[in-house]
Design a binder for this molecule. Structure first.
Ligand code: BF8
Length: 649
């Protein structure tokens, strides 16, 4: 008997998505939810990670009957090679994003990018100072050019460890040096990873996995770190900003344009151009009340953090946004863009426009973003969207009346300022709160949506439970948007659910208990925050000692593999709500957990149940607190029996 299709309520958590999936069914439009059903059970060998396609004698697969491939590679080698290739791909994606920004930044410094400028001069000076670049008495462009060249060498460095590593605490760096995983530039690391996983090269699973950690450091303390810093200089360091999230941000009477992807250069230009009087006039002439720009995925996070632009949704809502029938144009660049978008759009009037030569999709209109005439390029895109307004079919339009208010924009600088004010900006109050036990620790909850999990459900349940247990939450990516859609990114709503200690601290300093820190490249902000805690003192001398845990509840992309690896290599335990494709090798599973923890201070733990994950996170945090010797003091000083019961310690 055919398996019954899942009901929308079983697939997604939010009402906007439920309504729009039902609409897709009525409109006979295929979505990822339908295709996931059609896929059935995933390939067993792929899931175990024991399928080897590295040479053309195969593909080989490991089974009890054939424990080695044709060349003799066993499960350990095959699984580790596949894992390293995933990490390299994730590193490449973030780093290529960072490199594009670095090239653009260099052009700005050289005065060759008339439409862009250095928006945040303070950030330029702050970041240049971190790299040892002299700022006093020098012209802005001179500083920017030296910094741009430094950033470029962070990708190409062949023999020198990255300069960005110096931003990590000394003891954390010493671990990398001792274990020989200090990376060179991502360009070399990714090439070396591909070489080592070629047929007949590196066969020791431990050596391959160490290379995965090393490669990922070229991302977290290299390419992605550079991307965040350049974005802050070019477009501004984020500060708390109000906005809204979910499909209800689309507007019935306006031309709706959605930006989707990752790089902020075009979306920033669009965010300016929508307010151009010429554009407003053009929209009015087309019968619209104006132009409404909204974002999806991490492009949304970039322009949300700096401009408060509304978020239409996270990863698994990209097709649903088109199915509302209210989107004139979806502008896409790189990463996490489903190739299905043009076929979904074919049932409506939406134009899907690709904007970069490195990311084209059959069925999309390609309008290369001309960075030398960026503003004009942005205006042309918007005008094309306005021209398409007349093609909207009101009978096909259904915008869910679902959106939630939120506050985002918590860069490390913003947190420091909020904790201490402009004269005493510092992490001291946070460190003290952790030492006193009011805040037990920190969880970085990051990553994607994955069709294998009811959308947002693991993310939201774990977040809810952890704030109850007085854990401060730092968020990025689609996981942050999940909290936004659930209405948990405002101080009022989340404070009502936070434990007493966390609530008191948040109320005193004026921060919400769940802090939206940005896009996926901005995971580096979480590392920066952990480093700040170390520098502030009292919570250990390396990131590994801080009572902090990383969580990737619904991850799905290779970028998430790289992120997880650089968290672990930085000393942070990472809980996975979805497993890696490694279970075909017990040795690899063990090495990524216990082996990594022994060497770097953090390891990977897969826990499919969110409540079990909460228990594990609390035990990891409490173990670190015990090691720091801060639990005794806090209990004597602050907690009575009632408090103890409520914190479940
Ligand atoms: O880089 S969280 S689905 S959008 S990969 Fe993609 Fe995952 Fe979303 Fe941003 Ni990150």
């Amino acid at each position: 008997m055919a398996k019954e299709a899942k009901r929308p309520e079983e697939l997604v958590s939010d009402q906007a998505s439920i309504e729009t999936i039902l609409k897709a069914q009525l409109d006979c439009v295929e979505t990822c939810f339908v295709r996931a059903e059609a896929q059935g059970m995933p390939c067993k060998f792929g899931t175990l990670g024991v399928c080897c396609k590295i040479c053309h004698m195969g593909p080989c697969k490991i089974t009890p009957k054939s424990p080695r491939g044709v060349c003799g590679a066993d499960a350990d080698t095959i699984v580790a090679r596949n894992f390293l290739r995933e990490t390299a791909a994730g590193t490449a994606a973030h780093s290529d994003h960072g490199r594009h920004l670095a090239l653009r930044f260099k052009k700005i410094a050289e005065g060759k990018e008339p439409d862009y400028k250095i928006t945040d001069v303070k950030a330029l000076h702050r970041i240049a100072g971190k790299y040892g670049i002299k700022t006093e008495g020098r012209a802005q462009n001179e500083i920017a050019l030296e910094l741009a060249n430094t950033f470029m060498s962070e990708f190409t460095s062949q023999e020198e460890p990255l300069k960005t590593l110096n931003l990590a605490p000394e003891k954390t760096r010493a671990v990398w040096k001792k274990t020989k995983i200090e990376p060179y530039g991502a360009d070399r690391m990714v090439v070396e990873a591909m070489h080592r996983t070629h047929m007949g090269v590196d066969h020791d699973y431990r050596n391959l996995l160490d290379m995965a950690f090393r490669t990922s450091l070229a991302d977290g303390w290299g390419g992605a770190h550079v991307a965040t810093q350049i974005s802050d200089i070019m477009f501004g360091t984020p500060e708390p900003v109000k906005s809204s999230a979910n499909l209800g941000v689309l507007e019935e009477k306006k031309v709706n344009i959605i930006v989707h992807g990752h790089e902020p250069a075009l979306s920033e230009m669009l965010a300016t151009a929508v307010y151009d009087p010429e554009i407003i006039e053009y929209a009015k002439k087309a019968g619209a009340e104006g132009v409404n720009l909204a974002g999806l995925c991490c492009t949304a996070n970039e322009i949300l953090m700096r401009r408060g632009i509304n978020v239409a949704g996270n990863f698994l809502q990209q097709e649903l946004a088109i199915i509302t029938g209210a989107v004139e144009m979806m502008v896409v660049d790189v990463q996490c863009v489903m190739p299905s978008l043009p076929s979904v759009a074919a049932s409506y009037h939406t134009l899907v426009v690709s904007t970069t030569d490195i990311a084209k999709t059959i069925g999309a209109i390609h309008m290369e973003f001309d960075e030398d005439h960026a503003y004009l390029s942005a205006k042309n895109l918007i005008k094309k969207a306005i021209d398409n307004f007349k093609n909207r079919d009101p009978k096909k339009m259904q915008i869910p009346k679902v959106k939630e208010p939120l506050i985002a924009g918590f860069s490390v600088e913003a947190i420091r300022y909020m904790l201490g004010g402009s004269f005493r900006a510092s992490f001291r109050p946070l460190n003290d709160a952790i030492i006193q036990g009011r805040i037990r620790g920190i969880a970085g909850i990051v990553g994607c949506n994955n069709i294998k999990t009811k959308t947002d459900s693991y993310i939201n349940s774990i977040t809810r439970e952890l704030i109850k247990r007085n854990v401060l939450i730092l968020k990025t990516g689609c996981a942050a948007q999940a909290s936004g859609k659930a209405g948990k990114l405002t101080p009022e709503t989340a404070l009502g659910e936070a434990g007493q200690g966390l609530r008191e601290v948040c109320e005193a300093v004026g921060i919400p208990p769940i802090l939206h820190m940005g896009s996926c490249v901005d995971n580096t902000r979480i590392l920066e925050a952990a480093s700040e805690i170390v520098y502030e003192g009292g919570l250990g001398d390396s990131i590994a000692k801080v009572p902090a845990v990383g969580v990737a509840p619904e991850w799905m992309s290779e970028k998430a593999v790289a992120i997880g690896c650089y968290f672990v290599a930085s000393g942070v335990d990472v809980i996975l709500g979805q497993p890696f494709h490694i279970s075909g090798s017990e040795n690899v599973v063990k090495y990524l957990d216990e082996g990594a923890r022994e060497k770097y201070g953090g390891g990977f733990i897969y826990i499919p149940d969110p409540m079990e994950a909460v228990e594990k996170i609390m035990s990891l945090i409490e173990a670190k607190r015990e090691k720091l010797g801060i639990n005794k003091k806090a209990e004597r000083k602050l907690l009575d029996m009632k408090d103890r019961r409520s914190t479940n310690v």
